[in-house]
Design a protein around this ligand. Structure first.
Ligand code: PEP
Ligand code: MN
Length: 344
């Protein structure tokens, strides 16, 4: 259920509504809109009576939200969410470019790649320190050492960090280093991990599960918002289908469908989506064309030597070529790129 408060409602009326919700064993969530305040309600809302609220002072409207996800829905919040990360935003009219290697492999490797990305104007560096790999014999990441190198890059180069939290055990260490905590596809339905990131204030990048529907993804995001963290960015990264010629099937349908059903920003990871480096640029451009709020792209300075996902990684030079095309496309889709292309 959603309660829309009248314009400039006094705080005491807002608090009375919230207290009444709590009395009924439900949870009120303030959702600031462009002009009016919404109060989203979660919990056993079937026991609530609409008239009990519509008769209260300053209440403009009471709306029943019929979907299984509530706080992430557009019904609950009609304006698109824009997440503020220092000088850049994710969502709104900005296009966010996240780039970096699949994994932190060494201090030198991370600094070499981060240095060249920074020169291109990339603000958000991705790199995994804890890697959830399909085979237990594959490189599992540098773990604590990897986080230490990410912190060094953050301090020395001033880049913001996107890195994955693989489990609740490593979450505190990741949360201390990451500007954006990545929840990987394999963990999209790790509900205890989702609840824990929900209690933090870091932005969260939630990747779609390998066999998850769009509704499953939205319900997983709901777990995070329901704990109080509204800084969630969704990520389409391809799903498993009968197709074997590509690593995954990038479901670009998800972009307009998520835009219709949710206020959360959605970015696309074309690297995992198609899994073939020289096809990544086409899918990246397609993602922007269909309304994605940004991209997360794997980049490696020596893709043939990468310890993970080299076959789908662009070299910095190829990323630069793609960024030039994205820059042209951005004006067609009425977007600004929130990195500053200083290397032409
Ligand atoms: C990654 O971003 O490197 C990764 C492991 O992604 P996913 O969880 O989408 O497979
Ligand atoms: Mn990867």
């Amino acid at each position: 259920m959603l309660i829309i408060m009248k314009l400039e409602s006094p705080r005491k009326d807002i608090e009375s509504v919230k207290n009444k919700i709590a009395e009924k064993n439900c949870i009120p969530h303030e959702i600031p809109g462009a002009s009016k305040l919404g109060i989203g309600i979660t919990g056993p809302t079937n026991l609530l009576i609409e008239e009990d609220f519509s008769s209260m002072d300053s209440v403009e409207e009471v709306i029943r939200v019929t979907k299984p996800y509530k706080l992430v829905s557009r019904e609950m919040k009609p304006d698109s969410t824009v997440i503020n990360l220092n000088e850049i935003k994710i969502g709104g009219d900005e296009l966010t470019i996240i780039a970096g290697p699949c994994s932190v492999e060494s201090r030198q490797q991370l600094f070499d790649i981060a240095g060249v990305l920074k020169e291109m104007g990339i603000k958000l560096l991705r790199a995994g320190a804890y890697k959830p790999r399909s085979s237990p014999y594959s490189f599992q990441g540098l773990k604590e050492k990897g986080v230490e190198y990410l912190l060094d890059v953050k301090k020395e180069l001033g880049m913001m960090i996107v890195t994955e939290a693989k489990d609740t055990k490593s979450l505190p260490l990741i949360a201390a280093a990451a500007d954006v905590i990545q929840i990987g596809a394999r963990n999209m339905q790790n509900f205890s991990l989702l609840e824990e990131v929900g209690q933090l204030s870091n932005a969260v990048l939630l990747k779609r599960g390998l066999a998850a529907t769009i509704e499953d993804l939205l319900m997983s995001a709901e777990y995070i918002l329901s704990q109080g963290n509204f800084n969630v960015v969704l990520c389409e990264r391809g799903i498993r289908t009968f197709e074997t010629m590509t690593r995954n099937t990038l479901d670009l349908n998800a972009i307009p469908m998520i835009k219709k059903n949710s206020h959360l920003p959605i970015i696309v990871d074309p690297s995992h989506g198609i899994g073939i480096w020289d096809k990544v640029p086409s899918m990246a451009l397609a993602a922007i064309a269909c309304g994605a709020d940004g991209l997360m792209i794997e980049v490696h300075n020596h893709p043939d030597k990468a310890l993970s996902d080299g076959f789908q990684s662009l070299t910095p030079k190829n990323l630069k070529k793609l960024l030039d095309k994205i820059e042209q496309l951005a004006s067609i889709v009425d977007r600004k790129i929130n990195y500053y292309a200083t290397v032409k």
